[in-house]
Design a binder for this molecule. Structure first.
Ligand code: S3P
Length: 205
């Protein structure tokens, strides 16, 4: 199940848009983008959002249905539209956003993120571990990943995409590590600040 962007008392308005208000998590299927994103959001008291959730809300159907009914091209169009909307929303909230595994490898998405000046974090792990995580999840939860394919197809797609993921602002290894430790490393590396501290420092109302 995917997490919803959290709402409620923790949400604060920022005085102005600052690219430091947003972190985008990128990486292959099974990299832990959603679980690390949720932990990061909690540690920082920032909102968390999964881009695939926004796509599903906007389209009124699941990612798997979009793939079935509109093909990968239709999904990529929907994904790009949702990403543009997220970036337009950013001025008002501090947010961690997990992107689907193919979003950052679409050149126009990577360019949009780059020109917005936001931080991108490539979460990586050995491909065998990524495969194990995805196949375990499929068995345990029935999670449908349209591009999972066979083990060989999965590995090949990972190898093709990895050089593009490496263009992210930073790269973090997630293999065999606890989600909180990964989130803490992102905070330290990007020098991200908790919302309370930003209130004290007058960055946030
Ligand atoms: C995709 C990964 C999926 C989802 C869609 C396409 C991909 O997200 O966006 O099925 O191209 O790798 P996760 O990376 O969260 O599985």
């Amino acid at each position: 199940m995917r997490a919803q962007a959290s709402k409620g008392p923790r949400r604060r308005r920022l005085r102005s848009f600052n690219p430091g208000n947003a972190v985008f998590l990128v990486g292959f299927m099974g990299a832990g983008k959603s679980s690390v994103g949720r932990a990061l959001g909690q540690l920082l008291s920032w909102d968390f959002e999964d881009l695939d959730d926004r796509i599903e809300r906007r389209e009124g159907r699941s990612v798997a249905e979009i793939f079935r009914e509109a093909g990968e091209l239709g999904f990529r169009r929907a994904e790009h539209g949702a990403l543009r909307q997220v970036l337009e929303d950013l001025p008002s909230t501090a947010r961690v956003i997990a992107l689907g595994g193919g979003a950052f490898v679409q050149e126009k998405n990577a360019m949009l993120l780059k020109s917005s000046g936001v931080a991108t974090v490539f979460l990586d792990a050995p491909v065998d571990e990524l495969w194990k995580r995805c196949s375990r999840q499929a068995n345990d939860t029935g999670a449908e990943r349209p591009l999972l394919g066979s083990r060989e197809q999965f590995k090949k797609l990972y190898e093709t995409r990895r050089k593009t993921y490496k263009k992210a602002s930073i790269m973090i290894q997630t293999g065999n590590r606890a989600v909180d430790a990964i989130a803490a490393e992102i905070i330290e590396t990007l020098e991200l600040k908790k919302i309370e501290l930003r209130v004290q420092e007058g960055e946030v109302e």
